[in-house]
Design a protein. Structure first.
Length: 180
């Protein structure tokens, strides 16, 4: 995975002697910790309750389905993908609340990373437009939604199309059409 290589080269540039195998073994537990933190951020952003965020992080830490994907030595793309999924949703909520191009751009950047790391990226591709549609249908349309969605869609689609195995699928296939 590119993430392992990037971490390896970053640590070597900092003159920290590390074996690539150690990085591969510890990658899933490290990202599971980041996932718990992302769950805290997402829940805290939605509820403005730090205690609810701590509960979400704790539940993320004890979920059996996630524990099986985040043990040491489990070198699979799902450990990174679940973190990216939760963190992308956090960035989406943050972008909606602030109407900020910066947060929407960060959301698109992490969405692009999700596209590169896992084939289940279509879940985000469909969930964000459904959320935007529900907001419009319930009369909660605002310029913040417009700025967030158009920034995410434009930059996210370009990011997805730059992944070699995805190519032009975001503008050709039916699973990507709800985003239009």
């Amino acid at each position: 995975m590119v993430t392992s290589g990037a971490i390896y080269h970053a640590l070597r540039a900092l003159t920290i002697p590390v074996d690539i195998r150690n990085i591969c073994v510890l990658l899933a537990p490290a990202f599971s910790g980041l996932t718990a933190f992302a769950a805290y951020l997402l829940t805290n952003e939605m509820t403005t309750s730090p205690s609810a965020g701590l509960l979400a992080a704790a539940f993320m830490g004890i979920t059996p389905g996630y524990i099986s994907r985040s043990v040491a030595g489990s070198y699979d793309n799902e450990a990174i993908a679940i973190f990216l999924l939760v963190f992308t949703f956090f960035l989406w909520i943050k972008a909606l609340k602030l109407g900020s191009i910066l947060w929407a751009s960060l959301c698109a950047l992490f969405y692009g990373y999700m596209v590169a790391s896992w084939g289940g990226y279509a879940f985000i591709t469909n969930m964000l437009p459904v959320h935007a549609l529900v907001l419009v249908a319930t009369g909660r349309y605002s310029t913040r939604l417009y700025v967030s969605y158009t920034t995410w869609y434009a930059l996210g689609t370009v990011a997805a199309m730059n992944i070699p195995f995805v190519g032009f699928l975001p503008i050709k296939t039916s699973e990507h059409m709800p985003a239009l």
